[in-house]
Design a protein around this ligand. Structure first.
Ligand code: MTE
Length: 416
């Protein structure tokens, strides 16, 4: 098998057979492991074999910065990770696969994508230099038309290298916090997560965070990688598999306007789990204090926008109850920092105090009698961010089944 050199946690659930490796943890395990996901439980999305990188080859691993730049350079891993060359940052960042929750969409109408549950999301402390600092050294040449930053990985795929691109203006903005990450929770990267170095793009779909990074190409046009055109898109809903496979359909694939970048608002319920048995204690006549069940789950938004409310409905959306939200990342903003490492520090200081690139956890305690009530058939959750982007009631079906974010629902079945 191509990935024989890679060690993996047996708890991970395989979503696409033996190869390539695409997995999520059981939602309960993911949620119980807390704000920072242990790297071995972090979801994995691979399009092909994992490049084998031996310890002794890491310091000399090269990343080239080429194309429309005044100063083309090739940097080694040692240089990229040296505080003498670039300020090194450590930031908590949530990565989310654009396919998170696709299973629900596939159950309604099959899309061209495999069935992620709600655990295609994970959070790590990522360490590395800012991409904007590295670009500043190479000097993108705007007069020659530099507008896009293309990235290429080292994995060998049937349709060439995995690659994608971002707008140059975004990459130059320190507030977006786009970094080249070589440590995850303080450890060197696991092979599945891009060892030895990858792009980490906060607030965006995981597909833009190119793993096993080899090339950064400044261009006047978006990436020409097959995987930029044929993946990570939300097509208009009328584009069915039949339409997409025609010559006419090709124009949808080649049009960058359907590409997705910032994440949309999303949330899920971890407790109760879909198959959880709730022991509901009926309220005795004379008892004032009732048994409570605590509903819990996660929510996240895109582009640095903070989740400001998460609401629960027990009557299919007629009425909503506010939950209490914990933004665990806030505590990192005041943590003491190792020398030469900026944590919400350096020039990111201003931006990072106002942006939000992590999932948050919510909870709400409800009386047992509310859940037991005969007309309560399900629990639904929806989140809203600071720009009032809110999860829709209804699903938006699209060909690749991405960015699925309608109200998340757990059905209740009453047994006596
Ligand atoms: N980079 C390379 N080189 N090859 C890939 O297959 N998959 C992308 C992205 N970067 C991919 C890649 C996709 S679609 C996602 S969601 C994230 O990596 C997943 O990152 P993870 O496996 O570390 O969770």
């Amino acid at each position: 098998t191509p990935d024989a050199h890679v060690k993996r946690d047996p708890r991970l659930i395989r979503l696409t057979g033996i190869h390539p490796f695409n997995v999520e943890a059981p939602l309960t395990d993911l949620f119980n492991s807390g704000f920072l996901t242990p790297p071995e439980l972090h979801f994995v999305r691979n399009h092909g074999p994992v490049p084998e990188v031996h310890d002794q080859d890491i310091p000399v691993w090269e990343v080239s910065i080429e194309g429309l730049v005044e100063n083309p350079i090739t940097l080694t891993f040692s240089e990229i990770s040296s505080p003498n060359h670039f300020s090194q940052y450590t930031l908590p960042i949530t990565l989310v696969c654009a396919g998170n929750r696709r299973k629900e969409q596939n159950m309604v109408r099959k899309s061209q994508g495999f069935s992620w549950g709600p655990a295609g999301v994970s959070t790590s402390l990522w360490t590395g230099p800012m991409l904007c600092d590295i670009l500043a050294l190479a000097k993108p040449d705007r007069r020659r038309g530099a507008r896009y930053v293309c990235f290429e990985g080292a994995d060998m795929l049937p349709n060439g290298a995995y690659g994608t691109s971002l707008k140059l203006s975004l990459c130059m903005d320190p507030v977006r916090g786009i970094m080249l990450g070589y440590k995850q929770n303080g450890e060197m990267l696991m092979p599945d997560h891009g060892r030895p170095i990858r792009v980490v793009v906060p607030g965006m779909i995981g597909g833009r965070s190119v793993k096993w990074l080899k090339k950064i190409i400044i261009s006047d046009q978006p990436s020409t990688s097959y995987y930029h055109d044929y993946d990570n898109k939300v097509m208009p809903t009328h584009v069915t598999p039949a339409i997409a496979s025609t010559e006419e359909g090709k124009k949808f694939w080649m049009d960058e306007k359907w590409n997705i970048f910032d994440l949309n608002v999303n949330s899920a319920i971890a407790y109760p789990a879909h198959d959880e048995i709730l022991e509901i204690v009926p309220k005795a006549q004379d008892v004032k204090v009732e048994e409570m069940y605590t509903l819990r789950g996660y929510a996240y938004g895109g582009g640095g926008r903070r989740i400001q409310r998460v609401e629960i409905s027990l009557d299919k959306g007629k009425t909503w109850r506010p939950t209490s939200i914990t933004h665990h990342e806030d505590k990192y903003r005041s943590m003491s920092i190792p020398e030469n490492t900026y944590l919400f520090g350096g020039k990111l200081d201003v931006g990072w105090r106002e942006t939000c690139f992590c999932w948050c956890f919510w909870d709400l305690s409800v009386p047992h009698s509310d859940l037991a009530s005969a007309n309560v058939e399900d629990i639904v959750v929806r989140a809203m961010d600071e720009a009032l982007n809110i999860q829709p009631r209804d699903m938006y079906w699209s060909l690749l089944g991405m960015m699925n974010n309608p109200w998340f629902r757990v059905a209740l079945r009453k047994e006596t």
